[in-house]
Design a protein around this ligand. Structure first.
Ligand SMILES: Nc1nc2c(ncn2[C@@H]2O[C@H](COP(=O)(O)OP(=O)(O)O)[C@@H](O)[C@H]2O)c(=O)[nH]1
Ligand SMILES: [Mg+2]
Length: 297
């Protein structure tokens, strides 16, 4: 299955809910107040969020006025363009060695995403090593080892309770010794102890910066799409302490709140880099703004 089919399949629930509303909205006779109110409701239902919805509607009004648009169908086309522009970021190509650190709260899908990314890079002929830096629970490292076996990559782990930064140090040493291309770092996500968690993540970042100063280092925050606007709130909390390069949005397949992609891109000014569309190893795909909008409308 190609990426477009995968994203189309992945946002099926969002589309079902959104398309029905959109059909109703754009069957209006005129582009009047009622039309904009119905459109606002449709966007909010898909979890585009208040701020991004307000902005989209304002921009739509301006474009409709400027281009003297009268037909709802043409207005729909403009909405697609505006939404696409909102979520379309230029993401720099990867350089190798590449280090990817995943952070995020418990249960959002970090460990699963590390496993899927390992597979993704392996498929592209890259050699990969994984650092099991969630040492909070032994089960986390075990879960990662299962993914490592599936993907056919090495997993560096320590005992439960060990220093996560030490695991990362070992993974980097191992990667250097073998000349590996990609180092993926899984981390813990107990947000109720925010200060400790952030200090732990910052320490990991310092180890990477010190040991691999010339590496391409990307810090991705993993968010669960099923939590909708809550995901946006989580991202704000993490961004206070960690420089984030992008978002991995998981579980799009399990929600009608796929519009949260727009909320994230707009409110956080961060690109969605990958989306999770299922539990299988190849169910993580690079995000493409065109495909997303084409699949949604
Ligand atoms: N349907 C679906 N489930 C996912 C996806 N990503 C992760 N999961 C599930 O979410 C649960 C938590 O994932 P896990 O990787 O352990 O989260 P972590 O605590 O952040 O490491 C697991 O049951 C995963 O199978 C996804 O894209 N789609
Ligand atoms: Mg985990």
């Amino acid at each position: 299955m190609g990426f477009f089919q995968k994203i189309a399949q992945g946002i099926k629930k969002t589309k079902e809910a959104f398309a029905k509303k959109l059909f109703f909205v754009f069957s209006a006779r005129e582009l009047n107040d009622e039309f904009y109110e119905d459109l606002e409701e449709a966007l909010l239902t898909a979890d585009v969020g208040l701020a991004a919805t307000g902005k989209l509607i304002e921009e739509l009004k301006e474009e409709i006025f400027a281009r003297k648009i009268k037909r709802p169908d043409d207005a729909k086309e403009v909405l697609r363009e505006l939404m696409r522009d909102d979520i379309d970021y230029d993401i720099p190509d990867y350089e190798y060695p590449l280090v990817i650190l995943l952070s995020g709260v418990n249960g959002v899908g970090k460990t699963t995403a590390v496993g899927k990314l390992a597979h993704f890079f392996k498929e592209q002929g890259k050699s990969v090593v994984v650092a099991a830096a969630d040492t909070f629970r032994a089960a986390a490292s075990e879960q990662l080892e299962v993914w490592g076996e599936r993907a056919g990559v090495r997993v560096i782990r320590h005992n439960e309770g060990a220093d996560p930064a030490a695991v990362v140090f070992d993974a980097i040493s191992s990667a250097k010794a073998r000349g590996n291309d990609v180092i993926l770092i899984d981390t813990a996500g107990r947000l109720h102890n925010k200060k400790n968690l952030m200090a732990e993540l910052q320490k990991i970042c310092r180890v990477v910066d010190r040991e691999l100063p010339d590496a391409d280092f990307r810090k991705y925050l993993v968010l669960d799409a099923t939590t909708g606007q809550n995901a946006v709130a989580q991202a704000k909390i993490f961004s206070e302490d960690i420089d984030t390069d992008g978002i991995i949005l998981t579980k799009l397949d399990g929600t009608a709140k796929g519009g949260v992609v727009v909320a994230i891109s707009d409110e956080l000014e961060l690109p969605v880099v990958y989306v999770g569309v299922g539990e299988k190893i190849d169910d993580l795909i690079p995000f493409d703004a065109n495909d997303f909008v084409d699949a949604l409308f």
